[in-house]
Every structure is written in C-alpha cells, then in structure tokens.
Design a protein around this ligand. Structure first.
Ligand code: ATP
Length: 250
C-alpha cells in the first residue's frame, strides 16, 4: 500500500500580472520518484518555494504527510517531514562533513550544543551523522573540511544532512547541477536506491537522468502542468514535444 506524502491541489500564484503557478495539483507517493520538469521560467522554483513554505500561494492547498501545511512556516514543514536540498550549497565550508551533518541534526532537534550531557549527545549525533554519510557513500570523508571536498562529495554531504533527519519526503532541486558525466551517473545510482526509503520530488534539467529515474514526470509550462505520467507517456505526448522537448530526441 502506498501512502501520499505530498498532496498539492489547486495551487495558484501570481507576481503582479504574471501567473507563475496556475491551478497546479500533484502528489508524491511512498516508493516513487516524481520529477518536475519544464523550460526555464516555467515556474519550477516558485512551486518548490511554495511547497517549502518560502513563498505564499494565492490559493490552493498543500498537505505534507497527511497534514494541512498550506499556512505553515518552513520550520514546521520540516518538522512534519519535509526534507530538501538546495540549488546553492548551504554547507559550512570550514567545518568537516561530519560536523555539518551534526549541525543539521542539532538544528532539527532544537538541542543546545554543549549543554548538559554534551559528551553523550555529541557521540549520538556523531553516530547518526556517520550513518548518514555512509548512506550517501562518503563515510571515508567524514572528517574532511567541506572546503576540501569535491563538488560531487559536497552534494553527497548535503544529501546526508537531509537524510539524517529521517524525512518523510525529499525535495531535490537540481541534484545533478555541476556534476560531470561520471558524478551524475553516481548520483543517479544513489538516488535510485533512495526511492524505497523516502519518496523524492525531483526538479532536474538533465533529461536523461529524469527519464531513467522517475516513476512519474510532471511537465510544467507557463506555470501549468500540461502533462503527467510515466516516462513513455510523457515522451509520447505531443503537447510536451511541442512545448518543451521540441526537438523530438528526448
Ligand atoms: N519574486 C518574483 N517576482 C516577480 N516575478 C518572479 C519572481 N520570482 C519568479 N518570477 C518570475 O516567475 C516566472 C517563473 O520563475 P521560476 O524561477 O519559478 O521558473 P523556473 O522554472 O524555476 O526557471 P529556471 O528553470 O530557469 O530556474 C519567471 O518568469 C520569473 O521571472
């Protein structure tokens, strides 16, 4: 039995006269990767911003793990189980990979660092951080400063920060951006293994990766979802070809 972890319905957002989210409805179910694609300016970032709680929709509803979160602040959404990674790295460069994950855990748990029981707390956080880094394949880099990590390793540490919190769903905003072919292939392989642990809503420009990974693809054009379905359905949809893929080789 699948469970709906994200349900958006009738979402609307305009900036002045420009409608950037036009009656958008979509769901994310357990066990799946749902990709959101669309040309530049289609409204993907604005939609992600509304899901994460940084942009207030004009109308519509957002449910996270069965709870109405339409009016909730970003931190409340995170507590409800919404995890995310960002287009631009949020890591603290001088600190080690492990310390970055520990900080993410502390932030989420609202613990005061070096308060009572600091030693126990520290070792618990450390173990949890190391487990997350192992899950994303960078256990051997745990003690290395982020500034000394490769771009691909940083992406894995960011993912570890998100995963360590035990999210019920993950929003991934261009996880392959800036990775070379080899790094992209490795990240795709990693994401492929994650879907059974946590469902992913993926915004990604790399179409090969999207078509390889996604169970469902929704195509956003001018703020509206013009097609949604599995890779074959979306690939064959003439509206998608016209509006977005165009060149016929997707
Ligand atoms: N704060 C804002 N005020 C006014 N217009 C905005 C604002 N944010 C975004 N827009 C406009 O909304 C439209 C959608 O932008 P958005 O960044 O959501 O698209 P996108 O699909 O994420 O694009 P890209 O793939 O290039 O990142 C664009 O025309 C953009 O100029």
């Amino acid at each position: 039995m699948t469970e709906t972890r994200l349900a958006i319905s009738g979402l609307m957002k305009a900036f002045g006269a420009l409608t950037v989210t036009q009656d958008v409805s979509l769901t994310l179910e357990t066990g799946e990767i749902h990709a959101l694609i669309g040309p530049n300016g289609a409204g993907k970032s604005t939609l992600i911003g509304q899901i994460a709680g940084f942009i207030t929709p004009d109308a519509g509803r957002i449910e996270i793990a069965g709870r109405d979160m339409t009016e909730a602040r970003p931190a409340a959404r995170a507590r409800a189980g919404l995890g995310r990674t960002f287009q631009v790295s949020q890591l603290a460069e001088p600190l080690s990979a492990r310390r970055n994950v520990m900080l993410a855990l502390q932030g989420a748990q609202g613990r005061t660092y070096r308060f009572w029981g600091a030693v126990t707390q520290d070792s618990e956080l450390r173990d949890a951080a190391d487990a997350a880094l192992a899950r994303t394949g960078v256990a051997d880099r745990a003690g290395v400063a982020v500034s000394d990590l490769s771009h691909g390793e940083r992406r894995r540490v960011e993912l570890a920060c998100a995963l360590a919190l035990g999210p019920k769903l993950l929003l991934l905003d261009e996880p392959l951006a800036g990775l070379g072919p080899e790094g992209s292939a490795e990240m795709v392989a990693l994401l492929d293994t994650l879907r059974t642990e946590v469902p992913l809503l993926l915004v990604e420009h790399d179409m090969d990766a999207v078509f390889r990974l996604a169970d469902r693809i929704s195509v956003l054009v001018s703020g509206a979802i013009i097609a949604s379905g599995d890779a074959d359905t979306v690939r064959a949809d003439p509206r998608v070809r016209d509006a977005y893929l165009g060149d016929g080789d997707a």
